[in-house]
Write a protein that binds this ligand. Sequence first.
Ligand SMILES: Nc1ncnc2c1ncn2[C@@H]1O[C@H](COP(=O)(O)OP(=O)(O)OP(=O)(O)O)[C@@H](O)[C@H]1O
Ligand SMILES: [Mg+2]
Length: 426
Amino acid sequence: MSVKGSAFQHRGVVAAGAAALGALLLANIYAFAGGAASTWLLGAVVLTDMLAVGVGIAVAAREVMIAERRTGDSQARLDAIVDSAMDPIISVDEAQNIALFNSAAEQVFRCARAEALGAPLERFIPQRFRAAHRGHMQQFARTGVTSRRMSESATLWALRADGEEFPIEASISQAGEPGGRYYTVILRDITLRKRSEDTLQLQQHAMRELSARVFEAREEEKTRIARELHDELGQLLTALKMDLAWLREHLPAGGGEIAAKADAMGQLLDQTVASTRRISADLRPLMLDDLGLADAATWLVSDFAGRSGVQCAIEVSGDGALAELDGTLATAVYRALQESLTNIAKHARARHAWVVLRAADGEVTFEVEDDGQGVAAGDLDKVRSLGLKGMRERVAYFGGTLEVARAARGGTRVSARVRARKEGGK
Ligand SMILES: Nc1ncnc2c1ncn2[C@@H]1O[C@H](COP(=O)(O)OP(=O)(O)OP(=O)(O)O)[C@@H](O)[C@H]1O
Ligand SMILES: [Mg+2]
């Protein structure tokens, strides 16, 4: 018998069948209820009924055959898909014994399918994770969720037949079938990816440490020069001023021209002292080391206001905690404040700036806000701009976060939060 397609797919066949059954029903009613007298008519109707039953059985048998063949076809198709998948696919039954193990699984786990089928899944899980895995499977079965990714956060580990452990990424699904419940895991061997991620992380860590060392070395150098300018040069200039004052006192009477020259020298000396102080403070405000971050920040803001003409306000809280800050962290925060203020002078066209510096609960936070034109999209990605990038890098080094956003007042708001003590004792 040709069983290409179901008879119920053709409307004409269904309509003809329904019409024939209707006619047969009418004939039955007429023959048995209508009181037909002739036995040949009754016989003919009974014969037709039997024929119809026979045809019905034949049609039903054909439909069952078609359905079975379809199921067989789709099963074969599914088997081919599963077997050609690039990722390992493993199904287990309720007892956690392997019921399906595709070709990719054979390769990745280095285990022949015949050996894997029927074996407990735990064979492919490192010993130390087996108990946790059992718990997760029971939990997953209880949730009734059909599918989900296994472990979003921690790395999952699997075990090859030869005992080698390897990291995986996996999703799991469950389905109830007539033979029981089955769990299917589709997984991916991420050894190479994890290796490159680990290498990248190590390199990033090394780069961050290197940049921290460079930053510190630069600060040390600046501090040394600032101190020398302040102490050595400052003392020499003071001595010169005293000598000049002595000279002026001992000038012979009537030496008008010499006195004028001495006055001019005095003015030049005052300017030189002021310049030396400014250059020294720009290099590194010694009060950062001597008086602490709170005083240094307050001085920085008022110095900036005086030089830039931007009206500034600063609010400092937690002086005690600020005074105890590690020197490198205090320097990093100071430099971040300095860069934020320099940016306001360079880019913001602001009239006001507000600075907040707080230390509380083991954290240091600072905010610098202006009412200028605000940062535009793309400003932060400028290749040659290093100020904010450096700031972000320094803040990250201390395990903190930095945000640059549009301020409520329309300008720019730079805010950062760092731990007061770097993890690892730094
Ligand atoms: N307060 C601000 N107001 C407006 N725009 C700002 C402000 N701060 C930063 N920007 C924008 O963000 C960009 C990046 O700032 P960043 O400090 O990283 O670099 P820069 O100041 O241009 O150069 P560098 O700091 O390396 O000397 C700036 O070029 C500017 O366009
Ligand atoms: Mg800048």
